[in-house]
Design a protein. Sequence first.
Length: 725
Amino acid sequence: MTTKRKNVTNKSTLSRQREVVHPSEKKDNSDAPVIYKRSPERFINRELSWLDFNQRVVEEAENTRNPLLERVRFLSISASNLDEFYSVRVAGLAGQVREGFITPSPDGLTPAQQLAAIRERVKGLFADQQRIYKTLKSLLTEVGITVCHPQDLSPADLNWLKSYFMERVFPILTPIALDPAHPVPFIPNLNMAIALRLVGQKNDRNRKYVLILLPSQLPRFLALPVSIKGAKIQRFVLLEDIITLFISVIFPGYKIGNYGLLRVIRDTDVEFEEEAEDLVRSYETALKRRRRGVVIHLDIDNQLPAKLADVVAHALEVPAEEVMIHHGILGLVDVKQLIVDNRPDLLFPYHTSHVPARIREAGGNCFTALRSKDLLVYHPFESFDVVVQFLRQAAQDPQVLAIKQTLYRTSSNSPIVRALIEAAESGKSVTAIVELRARFDEEANIRLSRDLEAAGVQVVFGFADWKTHAKLSLVVRREGNLIRSYAHFGTGNYHPITARIYTDLSYFTCNPKLTRDAAKLFNYVTGYARPSQMEEIAFSPLTIRKTLNELIDGEINFVKEGKPGSLWIKINSLVDHKLIDRLYEASNAGVKINLIVRGICCLRPGIPGLSENIQVKSIVGRFLEHARVFVFGNGHALPSKHAKVYIASADWMERNMDRRIEAMIPIIPEEIHDKVLNQLMVANLKDDLQSWHLDSDKKWKRFHAAEKPFSAHDYFMSNPSLLCK
């Protein structure tokens, strides 16, 4: 009785917060710019919008509400994000410029103009990262976590480091002299090197220039031994400092004149032969080419001698505008190594994910629980282990005849893959659709596809020109004289590790309409059997765009009939200019639109005559917002039990609509419909503690929190309210 009373109270509290104040109702838009309906200015540039998102991540590293080591983590994430942005997006633009492309993007910028704008914006972002690192480094020192300078090391420290250097570092190092006989060596993507000017001790004219690659196999921040057992003091030394400390071991008779670090970023795009007889072999060849991709950006620290910098930049053929000098540490992604396990006081409190009550009441048997009614699980607040158990039980159940599974990204030693292998080895029919082109997971997916095939799993790579991004599982089970199918639809990947930090939805059902649709979608990917008609599910590249257009049209028509028109959309990225124009059209018709866009948003809200009825917010906090939810008022003000609610694997981007296999699933059961709409969506819309709003001038501004601020993440951690009884 106590639990029930508590849940009612929590739901009531959230219900009182449902009313969403629309921007046109809360502020005067008289200063908003006037933009014509077909002007390129109606769009925000995709790349600059992404940089805005990463700026929000950077600012979480400065947010004093976050524990200190979590701020370090945000800084590392922002650096990792920027590395990928350069190796994918900037590399693509640079390639277009090399090929002489001048076609503008929808916002009117040519590739060259976009690159110029990116470079200007990134300067400020890099400066913020360096400034924040200095602040965090100082704060860490105050709490006993210190990055030591070589001159601060004691004789005992130096003795220990020399042993470490001789045993672990020296055998790996291969110094390369820089002269006509020794060209600049190959530097792998995202790797660093020390460039040194060495001076003979007796004759200053006896000098040489040398490059030493930092071994990526070793930690960049090396932890020194803790002198007092149980002490909270932890000291680190940078790998480059260890190498320079013992340079005389590598070059007897020389000392360092001056030195500095450099770091390269290469183009990581993969092009492969789509008509190749062996797709895996073709992709392996393409991945080898990626490792030697052209250098598109060079970071150097300001200590690097100018002559050495020129030699390296010339040898790597890096354009002068892509050589950036940093007054600080390179490779900030490595600061995550400072996040020590023995300081829980400096981390977010540990969160234990709950197992849904109905699964527990069914003795852990997923099929028993699902036969009674559908189940929704909200990760990471509720455990991803439900998904693992669903497939593990299917593998071990003698009544299960077949399992079909999509795999876009998963973990190494994945329990999902192990379950599929176990099922195949026990004689079940198992099909796995493995996406080879999941960026940066390609090699892992090739390995797991071979493991699956060796166990007897039927591995399919889907369409050559479309990625399979839908998250689907289908289990076919004999139950008496019946054959019943069970399906899992997800908004996120089958990845137990990221499921702890990404917010995603898992929808389990044995609804025959949905399971039949899932079977048709699998057949479409494995056998190109195009469905003549789906009963409930919309899917890309054939029907999601059409369905969204029809739903938007419906809201416009409701307004024309004098009824409310309203949309609530939660996605990661909003880029598709056709869908953005449809949202503008709906806004102009009087439809009230609330968008929760975590990352890229190319739509400009609050423009008179264009988007004054659109509000855009972004949530950046402890968890990465990843669930996609689409809500249409259906002639009623939101939230409403009459609304049409969908979850999906697809963001609103051209690639997701037209060049990927995606799934969009209606949420029909009343209880689940209520929880997605009245709890998940309302909580996200009411969040003011970790939210930003986008103004008509394309600027993101942090929400001014109320006297009693509300955090969606904190709410769901405290109240696992999506448990379906």
